[in-house]
Design a protein around this ligand. Structure first.
Ligand code: PL3
Ligand code: FE2
Ligand code: FE2
Length: 292
């Protein structure tokens, strides 16, 4: 699995858009220069029709016809059960992201204002995903989500207490943001119309956050390198475990583990290339996920 992203230079992913302004539709299109090739335009028509339904009726839960279009049955008990945990993970993740950016601001006071701007975006995301659960009549399982995040949360808190800004940024602005971006990419094509719209808005913001981390680490790479590699060795295995833990519920939402993993690794690799690591160094860093 790792071979797919260790080898070669960073190539644009399917449906990729460095500016983060393009949203992946139901079938991922890919760009060849100026031309965008969409393998299954029919699915896009379906997506547009579904979105129109969402506009006509604010409740995505009412768009049950989507089941017959190959989307999950958003009103089934099994969907709602899986959603109660996945949605809670996302809400908890957004809340912790808010708290983490505020905390990082205490370590880089001259950046506190910019970081509190990012933090505010996270609260907006959290409110958006809370609305998604309400729309489907689902109650988020928050104790489950707190437990899910606790190892990474602990590591962040330890690094914060030790004033390790590089570790904090790697955990929040690279690993967690890459995790979120990949999960949201894979979720958008199979989401209910209401959640799809919300998630499309959120994923654009998440690129801003990933970019913030990349830029800071790039500017400080000379002094940050060693701590970055060490923090990666400690935390990348945790993200791999989180991806495994979420797999069964994600699959009920028609999100496949392999797609989640592949998308995560692409975002992670691209971020580290931006920071200034070579492909060989990144391959070595990724190996932490295999042996950890
Ligand atoms: C950073 O801005 C937010 C961090 C959130 C972490 C997201 C984890 C995602 C797990 C799989 C969720 C699939 C998407 C479902 C959306 C309701
Ligand atoms: Fe977010
Ligand atoms: Fe974010």
């Amino acid at each position: 699995m790792a071979g797919a992203w260790i080898a070669g230079p960073p190539t644009p992913r399917l449906g990729d858009d460095p500016a983060g302004t393009e949203i992946r539709p139901l079938a991922s299109p890919f760009s060849l220069g100026m031309v965008t090739v969409n393998p299954t335009p029919f699915l896009d028509l379906v997506a547009m029709a579904t979105l129109e339904t969402a506009v006509a009726s604010p409740s995505g839960a009412e768009a049950v016809g989507s089941h017959s279009l190959g989307l999950p049955d958003f009103s089934s008990a099994s969907y709602k059960d899986a959603y109660s945990r996945i949605n809670a993970i996302v809400i908890e993740g957004e809340q912790e992201a808010h708290d983490n950016y505020i905390s990082i601001g205490t370590l880089i006071p001259e950046q506190a204002e910019e970081l509190s701007r990012l933090a505010r975006m996270e609260l907006k995301h959290m409110r958006g995903f809370t609305a998604c659960a309400n729309n489907l009549g689902v109650t988020a399982d928050m104790p489950f989500a707190k437990e899910f995040f606790s190892p990474l949360h602990q590591n962040f808190q330890t690094a914060l207490a030790e004033g390790k800004v590089v570790t904090c940024l790697l955990i929040q602005a690279i690993l967690i943001e890459a995790f979120a971006i990949s999960a949201y990419h894979i979720y958008i094509p199979v989401a209910d119309p209401f959640a799809r719209k919300i998630t499309e808005g959120v994923v654009k913001d998440e690129y801003t956050h990933l970019n913030y981390g990349q830029e800071w680490l790039k500017a400080n790479l000379a002094t940050a390198r060693e701590e970055l590699e060490q923090a990666n060795r400690q935390n990348l295995p945790l993200v791999r475990k989180m991806l495994q833990q979420v797999a069964a519920d994600a699959s009920v939402l028609q999100m496949e583990q392999e797609d989640l993993m592949a998308d995560f690794l692409s975002s992670y690799q691209e971020a580290l290339v931006e920071v200034g690591f070579t492909n060989r160094e990144i391959a070595k860093m990724a190996a932490a996920a295999l042996v950890g």
